[in-house]
Design a protein around this ligand. Structure first.
Ligand SMILES: Nc1ncnc2c1ncn2[C@@H]1O[C@H](COP(=O)(O)OP(=O)(O)O)[C@@H](O)[C@H]1O
Ligand SMILES: [Mg+2]
Length: 224
């Protein structure tokens, strides 16, 4: 299993301010799977993705990600997972002062074993694959919303991650660019057997999940 989660509970705040967000969440993700993480706004999709990515600590329940325990995680395991996971956020989070090429190349900072020349070449190659071969030197301010999100995808894929976490990657896009983004990610999952766990492609009435009946993790609205 790429991810195995058992009885995850998660709360923000303490004492009177404590608000539980995740209640006994359990699921498995196998190699090659595209998993849809769904639930209303505020149900904890982003929170769960940050737990999987090790950006937040799993406090209750057990979760193994890429064979590394995330409950009582050691720092080395968190760092190793961050290297092996590609993140795509709702907002592209590109650095405005860097070109598309440099934004993607930057990911190799976590991979000192890759020589600089190879990092440059792979960044350009990945940007070409997402259709931006003629925009390598463009800064984000000169790219459209869809193009920026494609740079973000290239950035998430360039280091050949074993798992991709996408947090509503199409939320800020029109439906045409959104579909492109989804197809790109799905073909990635097919090519490399790399699972994608995604928060919300099911938007705007059409199923963007491929309609193949893949795994769906459903989170429920948090009662206040
Ligand atoms: N850092 C935080 N501190 C306190 N509450 C938070 C924090 N981040 C998110 N929340 C709350 O947790 C709930 C779930 O948020 P989130 O995981 O972003 O949901 P979703 O991504 O499904 O919209 C929301 O009620 C949100 O306000
Ligand atoms: Mg969210």
């Amino acid at each position: 299993m790429i991810i195995s989660a058992r009885n995850l509970n998660f709360a923000f705040g303490e004492g009177d301010l404590r608000k539980q967000i995740l209640f006994n969440v359990s699921f498995d993700v196998a190699p090659g799977e595209v998993v849809l993480l769904t639930g209303p706004s505020g149900s904890g999709k982003t929170t769960l993705l940050t737990l999987i990515g090790g950006l937040r600590r799993t406090t209750e329940g057990e979760m193994t990600v890429l064979s590394r325990p995330m409950h009582h995680a050691r720092k080395e395991d968190l760092v190793a997972n961050r290297r092996d996971i590609g993140f795509i956020f709702q907002q592209h989070n590109l650095l405005e002062f860097l070109s598309a090429q440099k934004n993607v190349e930057l990911m190799f900072q976590l991979h000192p074993e890759v020589p600089a020349g190879e990092a440059r070449a792979r960044a350009a190659e990945m940007l070409t694959k997402v259709g931006l071969g003629n925009r390598l030197d463009y800064h984000p301010s000169r790219l459209s919303g869809g193009q920026k999100q494609r740079v973000a995808i290239a950035r998430a894929l360039v280091t050949r991650p074993q798992l991709i976490l996408a947090d509503e990657p199409t939320a800020a896009l029109d439906s045409h660019s959104g579909r492109d983004v989804v197809e790109l990610l799905q073909s990635r999952a097919r090519d490399r057997g790399c699972p994608i766990l995604n928060g919300g492609w099911e938007t705007r009435g059409e199923s963007r999940h491929g309609g193949t009946g893949g795994t769906v993790i459903r989170l429920h609205a948090v009662r206040v």
